[in-house]
Design a protein around this ligand. Sequence first.
Ligand code: NAD
Length: 282
Amino acid sequence: LAESYLVGLIGDGVTPSLTPPMHEAEADAHGIRYLYRPIDLAAIGRPGSDVGTLLSSARELGFNAFNITHPCKQLVLMHLDSVSVDAERLGAVNTVLIRDGRFHGENTDFSGFAHALRTGLPGVALDRVVQLGAGGAGAAVAYALLASGVRHLTLIDLDAERTRERAAALAALFPDRAVVAASPDDIGHELAAADGLVHATPVGMHQHPGMPVDARLLSPRHWVADVVYRPVETELVRAAVALGCRVLDGGHMAVGQAVDAFRLITGVEPDAGRMRHHFLDL
Ligand code: NAD
């Protein structure tokens, strides 16, 4: 165990992120000295392409680890000495460990969502899933769904080209599954045959209020997972709960990525329930 930990979050607009206080409170509960600072590219006027320079400087300044977020999750890859198998396949890194002067990349967005799905919606049917949103969060979530055993995944996004590319990339990684791109017009048809709906667009955030899908297309037999976590109770979550669906709110992924990152950084097993409580209090 290191004597103390110095950790940072590199990304655009990360000043208000809830991840630093989540890590620090969990470390406090373990009696670990742990300081976690947001390094906001917008605030310091640096582009995402500076992530390698920032990491090198941080190594010289004694940092132990970083979380990496938008727009650096892909950009950081070329600066790493090693990468976990899943982060390499996914092509995105959100956690960098600095060990013996070397940079090692991991992806806890994917593992955090997979864990949330296992523990928050245990035993749900994973045969057919419809996922709305194929951007950054969507890529990690789709990978987690396939790694968790989903056999048929339909991706739907307003950006048809992005959807097709993402579906093709995932199909190549999981050749024994079906990963297909569909258009937003097909959502009713797709949901009629699906076990679950995963939502990974910004719709429902404080800045983008609303429902990403017509609630009449949902029925109580669907399970619903949202990744939006500001607010935790989105319109989608509220509607799905009202229908009697089994529901996983976006806070579970936000906490899940922090739980897995904390364990990687410290080697100490965090208390996931306590981290969720702390997150909900923030
Ligand atoms: P992004 O911009 O990379 O991707 C969003 C995608 O949604 C885009 O491809 C866009 O075309 C699509 N989209 C937007 N509106 C749509 C609609 N009405 N129908 C279909 N597709 C639509 O953004 P992102 O980084 O993937 O973030 C998406 C959401 O996930 C945000 O709310 C973010 O806060 C949340 N998020 C949550 C976590 C977590 O840990 N819970 C982690 C990362 C991101």
